[in-house]
Design a protein around this ligand. Structure first.
Ligand code: ATP
Ligand code: MG
Length: 436
């Protein structure tokens, strides 16, 4: 018998209804490959949780007693990723199955003041910061220990195709039925170990419509600041999951409610119903729109969402200038905002550059001259820029009626467009410098 298995409550298929038919072919292949090599293998985590809730799993995660190197040897198209938390990605066409080795308990003796170096991470399998944050988590253990190291009870359900059984170590099925998110173990300790779990709590509460149990919720405000100690690259990944998961509005409301927005953004957003300034309204509109798009199966552009979320901060900078900002000033302020935000979460250049283009286009889209119109219309970010302009108008900003103008312009044919342009001057009016 697999060590630790005796700790599980085994739930038969008749009580949970999941079978191998619900598991992707790629995940089934991984389970088969691991078993054939003599290892234990289970489908675990979000996919089991989502299947039980009748949702479509985003991806499938597999947990096994095989060590990463062993998993790597079994699957040709696989690679070990991560240093602090080593896992194996097994690729089947476009699908990637994440295979994690059962994690075990740590002896908290390797204490670090700063993040361990690459060399240290290679040599140690366990390390913690002085505040209790787990810096390296490569201690392997039994399945029951693995369950105890997972974040929430509903995320710690294991499914085996062998008899279609569900293994529950922490009463996760009962919590799932009660629609309750409960952190495993001591909430303070678990949040200290990995503060990103606080963001995950908010994300799952919003996505699943679950309530949080007492301790799971209680420490969010008290320990929220610790999130800043997580790596800014990881925070960016988490931010994308928070925003692009189809429940951005509710997620964002909860983030503000618990004051966690402060740890993620360089701007302090007002509570959802107190958002009176157009820039703050724009944020809510953008998040709502993006949720609708995702519900319809459409894609959302992270750069667009980021442009919206940072718009209020940009407005603060632009507001300090005399008069209407010109392109140069917009460019400078945009740069300042991006630099400021990068201190909280990294923003890959490919994303921040697009956000900046969307902002800079706003100046040109508002200009009533032919040259600007032609420039914008041919710009590769025209659509995003135009959508952003509409959002600004919807949120109550005065954009000189240009949102509507652009809508008509796009609906018209060539001849009508020429006519529309004839109303505008050929060149932007420039202030002439007087010769001395
Ligand atoms: P989704 O994939 O829908 O975002 P998920 O629960 O599958 O949700 P993943 O990030 O894919 O989330 O992680 C898979 C599983 O790994 C989780 O269900 C959980 O059991 C475990 N896990 C992930 N991150 C953590 C963490 N920070 N602390 C503890 N366990 C975690
Ligand atoms: Mg997952």
């Amino acid at each position: 018998m697999l060590p630790g298995l005796q700790q599980a409550t085994v739930i038969p298929h008749t009580e949970h209804g999941i079978s191998s038919d619900h598991i992707s072919d790629a995940a089934l292949e991984v389970l088969k490959g691991l078993r054939r090599a003599g290892h234990a293998a289970y489908v675990v985590g979000g996919c089991v949780r989502d299947l039980l809730l009748g949702l479509h799993p985003k991806d499938f995660d597999v947990a096994t007693d095989a060590h990463p190197e062993q998993v790597r040897r079994i699957f040709r198209r696989s690679r070990i990723i991560g240093r602090r938390f080593r896992i194996v990605h097994v690729r089947f066409g476009r699908e990637i199955i994440e295979v994690t080795t059962f994690r075990g308990h740590h002896e908290q003796e390797n204490r670090f003041r700063q993040a361990p170096t690459r060399e240290q991470s290679r040599q140690l399998d366990s390390a913690h910061s002085h505040s209790g944050m787990t810096l390296i988590d490569n201690v392997y253990g039994n399945i029951d220990e693995d369950a105890g190291r997972r974040d929430f009870t509903v995320n710690a359900l294991y499914f085996t195709t062998d008899g279609n059984q569900l293994l529950d170590f922490h009463n996760g099925l009962e919590d799932l039925r009660q629609r309750r998110l409960r952190i495993i173990g001591d909430a303070r300790e678990r949040y200290r170990e990995d503060p990103v779990r606080m963001l995950r709590a908010v994300r799952f509460a919003a996505k699943l419509g679950f309530s949080m149990d007492g301790a799971t919720e209680q420490y969010l405000r008290e320990l929220g600041q610790l999130i800043e100690s997580a790596s800014s690259a990881r925070l960016f990944d988490e931010l994308m999951k928070l925003l692009c998961g189809g429940h951005a509005s509710e997620t964002f409301r909860l983030l503000r409610h618990y004051g966690l927005d402060q740890t993620l953004f360089c701007y302090r957003y007002p509570e959802a119903d107190a958002a009176a300034a157009p820039a703050d309204k724009l944020v809510n509109l953008a998040l709502g729109n993006s949720d609708h798009r995702i519900a319809k199966g459409l894609r959302v552009t992270p750069a667009f969402l980021l442009a919206a979320l940072l718009w209020p901060r940009l407005q603060q900078y632009l507001g300090q200038l005399d008069g209407t900002p010109n392109l140069m000033q917009m460019h400078d302020c945009a740069e300042k905002v991006v630099v400021e935000q990068s201190r909280q979460t990294t923003i890959p250049r490919r994303i921040s550059n697009v956000s900046k283009e969307i902002w800079e286009l706003q100046i040109r889209l508002e200009r009533k001259d032919r040259r600007s119109v032609n420039f914008c219309f041919e710009h590769q970010r025209f659509r995003a820029g135009y959508d952003f302009l509409l959002l600004r108008e919807q949120s109550g900003e005065d954009c000189g009626g240009m949102g509507e103008w652009w809508t008509t312009f796009q609906d018209f044919d060539e001849g009508q467009r020429i006519h529309m342009l004839e109303q505008f001057s050929a060149r932007p009016k420039r202030r002439r410098r007087r010769r001395r």
